[in-house]
Write a protein that binds this ligand. Structure first.
Ligand SMILES: [Zn+2]
Length: 308
């Protein structure tokens, strides 16, 4: 029998004000900015998730279109307190220069952007700074943009608490995205509520450990039909880095989140209905297939889902 631990309401209208407030309500608001992958899709931007809790607005990964989607939520880059990268595959970071530079230009941001990520993040940020040197110089001289706003302050993370501001705690934990290592997932805790953004991973026992009992689990999935794999045997490599629907179900069964949501979705010749069926082989709990700009308000009582 399926028991829903929480009432999950799906509403069609988003609340007017999506921005986090200082000393705001004891809830975490999660917005899927992008639910896609390297594949170029009209409906799914690259992977990116916004988590708002108390005074903090945090972005996890900055895939293709992250800034565009951020704008569509009504939030402003100037309000972003920090960006966290799960790993350095291009689909997670290709939207970072846009988020950082266009965001700086348009928002008038005057403070450096705190950027957290695995080993290699500092080198990547420094190379990006070099690549955009020309633009940055002119924006400062010509557009009078703030020089400090153009800076990125990098922290390379290891497993453990990596961020703790105004009661919002972010814990990094290693996931298994072999051979891409290091790769992290992040858990956000605030006012007794919790959210895990898994990033991109294969079946990971460490993820199960760190995510146990979390309210909202945002998890990737990659799956394909037998027919597709026969025609495209090379796709096995992608599946080998990733979590299948059946494996995801097994993870959800152990984690027992109040709600499991798929994001970073890679499907080949599999419908959403088939994705759910394959997940249901091993998991009977609350499950949603994420959509861009879907918003989850996590309170002590329930999780309310707003669709755009
Ligand atoms: Zn990846």
């Amino acid at each position: 029998m399926v028991t829903l631990a929480v009432a999950i309401l799906v509403l069609l209208l988003a609340p007017a004000d999506a921005s986090a407030q200082k000393n705001g309500p004891p809830e975490i608001v999660v917005t899927l900015l992008g639910t896609g992958s390297p594949t170029i899709m009209e409906t799914r931007a690259g992977p990116s998730t916004m988590v708002q809790a108390g005074s903090q607005t945090l972005i996890f990964d900055a895939g293709r279109g992250a800034l565009q989607r951020l704008m569509q939520t009504g939030s402003d880059f100037g309000a972003v307190n920090a960006v966290f990268l799960t790993h350095l595959h291009s689909d997670e970071v290709v939207g970072l220069p846009d988020l950082w530079l266009t965001g700086w230009l348009l928002s008038g941001r005057e403070t450096p952007l705190p950027l957290y990520g695995p080993a290699g993040t500092a080198a990547m940020a420094s190379h990006l700074r070099q690549a955009f040197e020309f633009d940055i110089r002119f924006r400062i001289d010509d557009d009078k943009s703030s020089p400090t706003g153009a800076e990125v302050r990098v922290t390379e993370v290891r497993e453990g608490v990596v961020y703790d501001v105004d009661g919002v705690r972010v814990t990094a934990f290693e996931v298994d995205h072999q051979p891409v290592t290091p790769a992290f997932g992040y858990r956000v805790d605030y006012a007794g509520r919790s959210v895990v953004v898994a990033g991109d991973t294969r079946f990971s026992k460490n993820l199960i450990k760190f995510a146990a009992g979390v309210d909202l689990l945002v998890h990737p999935v990659a799956d394909a039909s037998e027919r597709f794999l026969q025609r495209n045997p090379g796709f096995e490599v992608v599946l080998g880095h990733s979590t299948s629907a059946a494996e995801a179900g097994a993870i959800f069964s152990e984690v027992k989140p109040k709600l499991a949501v798929y994001s970073h979705i890679v499907l080949r010749e599999i419908t959403n209905a088939e994705l759910v069926l394959r997940t249901r082989e091993s998991y009977e709990g609350p499950l949603m297939i994420g959509e861009d700009l879907q918003r989850f308000v996590v309170t002590a009582d329930d999780i309310t889902v707003y669709r755009r």
